[in-house]
Design a protein around this ligand. Structure first.
Ligand SMILES: Cc1ncc(COP(=O)(O)O)c(C=O)c1O
Length: 417
């Protein structure tokens, strides 16, 4: 059968499950808020959701907020990050993990990542600690918990705060302990494509009641829970979610455990199907990861197993076969102009001193994954086994006929690895 990119019939014609997944539970919950007449951030659904989210993760306090970016900023501010403080972050993550540091006038220090999980390399973190370092932000990338044996230990030994950026990992667990219990605080995002979503939204988790109070106050214009509406004790903003967002989140959260189970089954099956498939490497199963919510599955592409076919041509061909596989980030974060000299002055104060020359930085694994990484997104794993078989069939069809794409490759000018 000819490749779909060259005019043949695609392996798959039907769509994968769509996201967000919603139904009567979301509708009824939204209507409850609508009819309550209390639409703002003080609707009781907000505290109901916070309670549910804290319970799911076995954490004492949850503070909801406008989104995952704000959650990171509030966590850093509440932990006392100030002008010139260095905060160690991975070079491969969404931009907010590092720009939230700049928003607090801190200095992001980028370190390299594990080539398969895309999580912080503990040795690289240790090597990046200086006397100015104040915190580590560990992303549980794609839902795979970062090394929660070593990173908390490194943070403790150096007197650093640890924040878990768990935007990809609600419901995840390491050695039986849910994410959110390893750092001083954890942050989550409920943006439109996240595993639990209200279109936009976020939450902070912490086991410290002092920190929870500071976080809540920052999100509520410096109020105190025990104070009056017009009493403002510290500088804060309005980062509340609405009752409608909380209504969606209450309904969404109920489904998360079953969805994690479905995704785990399907990823496990795909892993078995790909066992002897050359040129596509998956992260190894890690027995310390007791629950992986599978926001993203990252594959590493080796073009030598595909007759030298560049990754981006492989992806075009696989997409044409009906499999929406995607390239990873186009470059490590430090190559974004926002981190470069010209853009930095608004964030600077007298204490601010660059820890790295971001423009000249080159972290090998971070650079490599941008050229060789492939993402399969979570909704692909919400169906059944035949979906996994279609993914394998498309990969296999393109690999077998890679030679027929040689002229397409040179005409398209794509030169990825
Ligand atoms: C790892 C990570 N951290 C933080 C965020 C920011 O979340 P939000 O889009 O809700 O601001 C995202 C969003 O995609 C993310 O992927």
């Amino acid at each position: 059968m000819e490749l779909a990119l060259l005019g043949g019939a695609p392996v798959r014609q039907k769509p994968f499950p769509i996201w967000p997944d919603y139904g009567d539970a979301e509708r009824e919950s939204l209507l409850e808020v609508l009819h309550s007449g209390s639409w703002g951030g003080y609707n009781r659904k907000v505290s109901e959701f916070e309670g549910m989210f804290a319970t799911l993760h076995g954490v004492n306090h949850a503070v909801s907020c406008a989104n995952g970016t704000v959650a990171l900023e509030v966590a850093l501010r509440s932990l006392g990050i100030r002008c010139g403080d260095e905060v160690i972050v991975p070079a491969i993550t969404f931009v907010s993990t590092a720009t939230s540091v700049l928003l607090c006038h801190g200095v992001p220090v980028f370190v390299d990542i594990d080539p398969l999980t895309l999580n912080l390399l503990p040795d690289a973190v240790e090597a990046a600690v200086t006397p100015r370092a104040k915190a580590i932000v560990a992303v549980h990338f794609g839902g795979h918990p970062a090394d929660m044996d070593r990173l908390p230990e490194i943070a403790r030994r150096h007197g650093l705060a640890l924040i878990e950026d768990a935007a990809h990992a609600p419901g995840g667990a390491w050695r039986g302990v849910p994410v959110g219990n390893f750092g001083d605080a954890a942050t989550f995002s409920f943006q439109a494509f996240k595993l639990v979503t209200s279109g936009e939204g976020g939450v902070l988790l912490t086991n410290s009641s002092d920190l929870a109070e500071r976080m809540w106050s920052y999100c509520n214009q410096g109020r105190r829970k025990s104070g009056g509406w017009f009493e403002h004790f510290t500088l804060g903003s309005n980062y509340r979610i609405t009752g409608f967002q909380a209504a969606l989140l209450c309904a969404q959260l109920q489904k998360l455990p079953q969805q994690i189970e479905t995704r785990s089954q399907n990823v496990g099956y795909l892993r078995r199907l790909l066992t002897d498939f050359p040129g596509l490497a998956l992260p190894q199963d890690d027995s310390r990861v007791s629950r992986h919510p599978y926001y993203l599955l990252t594959l590493r592409y080796d073009k030598s197993a595909f007759g030298g076919l560049p990754r981006d041509v492989f992806l075009r061909a696989v997409q044409a076969e009906g499999i929406p596989a995607l390239p990873t980030y186009p470059h490590p974060l430090y190559l974004n102009p926002v981190f470069h000299e010209e853009a930095l002055p608004p964030c600077r104060c007298a204490q601010w001193k660059a820890a790295q020359n971001y423009q000249a930085l080159s972290l090998p694994e971070s650079e490599r994954i941008c050229k060789t990484g492939i993402w399969l997104e979570h909704n692909l794993f919400l169906g059944g086994r035949t979906d996994m078989e279609d993914i394998l069939a498309a990969f296999d069809k393109v690999r077998r006929q890679a030679d027929s794409l040689r002229s397409f490759s040179s005409a398209s000018g794509i030169s990825s690895e």
